[in-house]
Design a protein around this ligand. Structure first.
Ligand code: ZN
Length: 99
């Protein structure tokens, strides 16, 4: 599954795959060229790829559950809000625009 992100510098939306290891400019904004996570560049590019694979895997496995006649329904809304909560818990608290 494609994950979208917004550049802190130019405010445009791009796909994480556009800055991954197979992209034209790994670790850089495809629009303004800003370098992301300056101090973690190789790690960033690898982590982007990992994030996309992990999400794709989760969608596949949950979809498989959903397609079984289990007798229960996955609470997708709850799953998504919990996911958002837990991902946001990792945000850098003093995240300031890097300009
Ligand atoms: Zn940008």
């Amino acid at each position: 599954m494609k994950i979208e992100a917004i550049c802190d510098t130019c405010g445009r939306t791009f796909l994480l795959s556009q800055i991954g290891p197979d992209s034209d400019a790994p670790g850089r904004c495809p629009f303004c060229g800003a370098r992301f996570a300056r101090h973690y560049s190789p790690v960033l590019v690898e982590t982007v790829k990992e994030a996309e694979l992990a999400v794709a895997r989760a969608v596949l496995v949950l979809g498989r559950l959903q397609s079984m006649e289990t007798g229960f329904d996955i609470d997708i809304e709850k799953l998504l809000s919990t996911l958002a909560e837990q991902v946001r818990a990792h945000e850098v608290p003093s995240k300031s625009p890097s300009r």
